[in-house]
Design a protein around this ligand. Sequence first.
Ligand SMILES: [Zn+2]
Length: 206
Amino acid sequence: MIIHYPVKNHTVSHAFGFDNSTHPERGDFYSLFDNKHPGVDFPVAKGTEVFAAFPGIVVRREFHKGMGNVIGIRNGNIVALYAHLSEFAVSLGEIIDVGHLIGLSGETGDACLSPHLHFELRDISKSGLKNMVFDPPFEKECETYTDTFEYIVNNKNTQKTLKTLSSLYFGSEKYCEVIKETNGMYTNDPDTPLLDGIVITIPNYN
Ligand SMILES: [Zn+2]
């Protein structure tokens, strides 16, 4: 799977890994990532068209305190986040092709000090947020891509069900049956909390 640029202008203002520790304002936003910038910033004007960097299914479409209006698109184990948007152009659970218009850039969210697109890639087969993020290999093959991945259920403090996993990885509850089939979990009730520690293979959307 090739990672394309999400905007037409490829100028970057803050690269992946940019150290924010000494910045008076930016420093506060990235403590979860040891103050390193977890994505790439494109300093585009508000209202700039943002395009899908690869094909996938929309798994996040929400307002996040730091990232503002954010769209998340998954393909296999890779999720792309498009943050600080002014407008959304896709819906949760929608399957979209590479280059599809997904929204307009903006300056929403506390971690946005001037209009830009924050683009972030996560390998969700890894554990721990700061291990998931990586430097996007623009216009190149994503070497860490896998079509399916294994999720180890962590239900110590939560009550995740098949419906929860379907919403997290497919943007809707419609994929419960696909997850059940992939894992031979024919008798599992989609509303019953999953056993802590079991391994579930998350299939792709297609
Ligand atoms: Zn950023």
